[in-house]
Design a protein around this ligand. Structure first.
Ligand code: SF4
Ligand code: SF4
Length: 87
C-alpha cells in the first residue's frame, strides 16, 4: 500500500502521520495540544458529569491535519493516535 508522502525543505521524503483519535478518558483538557496545532484541527468540548463539567479535546476539522504529530508530542497523557493515509 502506498501512503501520502511529503518533502522536507531539503527534499527528503517523509510520511505524515495524521491524527486518528483522542482518548477522551485520558484527556485532562489542559489545552496544550490546542495551542500547538496551527491548522485548526482541534476544539474543546464540555462533558457534563453529574454535578460538574469536564473539558476535553476533540477532533473538529479532521481534514485540515498535515500529519506533523506536534499535538501528540505535547500531550503528557498520551491521548493521541496517528496513522498514515493511503493514496
Ligand atoms: S498532527 Fe499536526 S496538524 Fe494534525 S492535529 Fe496534530 S498538530 Fe494539528
Ligand atoms: S494535550 Fe492531551 S491532555 Fe491536554 S487537552 Fe490535549 S489531548 Fe487532552
Amino acid at each position: 500500500m502506498s501512503y501520502i508522502t511529503a518533502l522536507t525543505k531539503n527534499k527528503q521524503e517523509w510520511t505524515p502521520q495524521f491524527i486518528k483519535s483522542i482518548d477522551e478518558e485520558l484527556c485532562i483538557g489542559c489545552g496544550r495540544c490546542f495551542k500547538v496545532c496551527a491548522h485548526d484541527v482541534l476544539a474543546f468540548e464540555e462533558l457534563d458529569e453529574d454535578d460538574s463539567a469536564k473539558m476535553f479535546m476533540k477532533i473538529e476539522n479532521d481534514g485540515n491535519c498535515i500529519g506533523c504529530q506536534a499535538c501528540g508530542r505535547t500531550c503528557s497523557k498520551k491521548c493521541f493516535t496517528f496513522e498514515p493515509v493511503s493514496l
